[in-house]
Design a protein around this ligand. Structure first.
Ligand code: C5P
Length: 223
């Protein structure tokens, strides 16, 4: 395969409050990283897991338990640093998907839509969802106006890229450390970003409430 799939699983996960890096927190009997990798088993791509520095061996063991073959590299202080570390490890892959381990329940259909859009010629692909909350701007504690939510989309992962385009975006982005969205870096180069349908199940586990939601979705259903 000429496709690599980078799973970023570094970072501290302070907001989850478990005292271990987020991807290593247990939800429904397995780590978030294991759930994420189980969901990717069989995807036609070379897997690169980006783990917190020092937890590479643990990440390898988790990959084995999840039944996938993955190379593991150490991440950095920001998500963008972790993506860059993963990108340095994809070798000569022509296409690269970048996925958050924290989106552990992402349906396979979403991954496939991204892969299909790349195969159809897109240089950058992002799964999106409509925004359901009413959103307002805020400046220095003062509430501004309501933003028309019909014009808004929430960005999910995996995001897919032509590898050369993503490398260029990371090499040239002036302010990449602040970026939480790879597609935005690519768009800054003037590259068109194609949207495909995301999924509610691709939510990012961030807070304790998210972890509870994931646990109840992963729990065995009564017959
Ligand atoms: O912190 P947040 O939930 O936005 O992180 C999104 C994804 O990026 C998670 O899967 C997390 O493991 C990863 N990440 C990383 N390196 C960092 C920060 C976050 O790999 N320094």
């Amino acid at each position: 395969t000429d496709t690599a799939l980078i799973v970023v699983a570094a970072g501290s996960g302070t907001r989850l409050g478990r005292g271990v890096p987020k991807a290593f927190a247990e939800v429904a009997g397995a780590t978030i990283l294991e759930h994420a990798l189980r969901g990717l088993a069989g995807v036609d791509a070379r897997l690169v897991v980006v783990a917190p520095d020092g937890l590479e061996a643990d990440a390898s063991a988790i990959a084995e338990r999840a039944g996938v073959v993955a190379s593991v590299v150490a991440g950095g202080a920001t998500r963008a640093d972790s993506v860059a570390a993963g990108l340095a490890a994809v070798g000569d892959a022509r296409r690269v998907l970048v996925h958050d381990a924290a989106r552990a329940l992402t349906p396979r259909e979403v991954v496939q839509r991204v892969i299909d859009a790349l195969a159809a010629g897109a240089a950058a692909v992002v799964p999106v969802l409509p925004v359901i909350d009413t959103i307002r701007e805020a400046h220095d504690g003062e509430l501004g106006g309501i933003v028309d939510r019909s014009r808004l989309r929430a960005m999910q992962t995996p995001q897919g890229f032509d590898a050369a385009v993503l490398r260029r975006a990371y090499a040239e982005a002036p302010d990449r450390a602040a970026s939480t969205d790879d597609a935005q870096l690519v768009q800054a180069l003037g590259v068109d970003v194609v949207a495909v349908a995301g999924a509610e199940l691709a939510f990012k586990i961030t807070t304790p409430a998210d972890a509870e939601r994931a646990a109840s979705l992963l729990a065995p259903q009564p017959a």
